[in-house]
Design a protein around this ligand. Structure first.
Ligand SMILES: Nc1ncnc2c1ncn2[C@@H]1O[C@H](COP(=O)(O)OP(=O)(O)OP(=O)(O)O)[C@@H](O)[C@H]1O
Length: 256
């Protein structure tokens, strides 16, 4: 599915969060949104996902969705959002229960995504028995179960410790490369952006506008931690947002 963001502006009362955002996301493309705190990354993701109506502009979606797609634009949340009283399989099943799927089809989808995310042995576990990394694997499995056309991810690794983050980053890159998934990925972490995205959109703040779109022309599954080429991209992105990141940080300090 192709997404076209045209002339998107958004205001929250006095705050002009986004101004004139124009961006096309092609099928199979992973786009990361980066920028200093408050530049409008989450607002833009919410607008793309249809959770928030922009003050101006529009999002157009065109093209095919995957076979059996139940929800074209599907979110993966930072805080996992799992129901504690349901098992891993039960949490995945939840997103399938409102749809007309046979019991066998539902069970097959659950098995498929448990396998894809390395959770097959944990299907009967409850969230409280799982580490943060495993909980987020369930979050991903649940999103994949609806066979989305576009995965919308808002800081999916930010609640995890550094080692788990690296493990999941490797798994995400393998998953994205294997499935040819389309995704929009919001992150503060430039390393995540350069490991996962085909294009990185750097936003500036007040109002949030596109500062630069940075292309990373290395196949995602060939990117490795510490690879000089990838490190060079990360450095270039930091150069791009450093001054504003410092300004945003100082501003937050002053508010506190
Ligand atoms: N519900 C709201 N009401 C009023 N202002 C809001 C609301 N949500 C966000 N804002 C403001 O809009 C601007 C953009 O916020 P947004 O959360 O989209 O930025 P962000 O880049 O995702 O920030 P962060 O990196 O800190 O999560 C900020 O100035 C924020 O304070």
């Amino acid at each position: 599915m192709r997404l076209e963001i045209s002339g998107v502006c958004h205001r929250y009362d006095q705050v002009e969060a986004l101004r004139d955002i124009n961006l096309t996301i092609e099928p199979g493309e992973i786009v990361a949104l980066i920028g200093p705190s408050g530049c409008g990354k989450s607002t833009l993701l919410s607008i793309i996902g249809g959770l928030l109506k922009p003050s101006e502009g529009k999002i157009s979606a065109s093209g095919a969705v995957p076979d059996g797609c139940l929800n074209p634009l599907t979110y993966v949340f930072q805080d996992f959002a799992l129901l504690p009283w349901r098992t891993v399989a039960g949490n995945i099943s939840l997103v399938l229960e409102d749809h007309k799927l046979s019991k066998a089809e539902r069970a097959a989808r659950i098995d498929e995504v448990l396998e894809q995310t390395g959770l097959a042995d944990f299907r009967n576990a409850f969230p409280k028995q799982l580490s943060g990394g495993m909980k987020q694997r369930v979050g991903i499995a649940r999103a994949l179960a609806v066979r989305p056309a576009v995965l919308l991810m808002d800081e999916p690794l930010s609640a995890l410790d550094a080692q788990t983050r690296i493990l999941l980053l490797d798994e995400f890159s393998a998953l994205f490369a294997r499935t040819g998934m389309t995704a929009v990925y919001v992150t503060h972490n430039l390393n995540e952006a350069v490991r996962l995205a085909h294009r990185v959109v750097a936003l500036r703040r007040r109002p949030g506008t596109i500062k630069e779109i940075h292309t990373i022309d290395v196949p995602i599954d060939q990117r490795r931690e510490g690879d000089p080429l990838i490190v060079a991209h990360e450095t270039a992105l930091w150069e791009l947002i450093r001054d504003e990141a410092i300004a945003a940080d100082k501003e937050l300090e002053n508010v506190a």
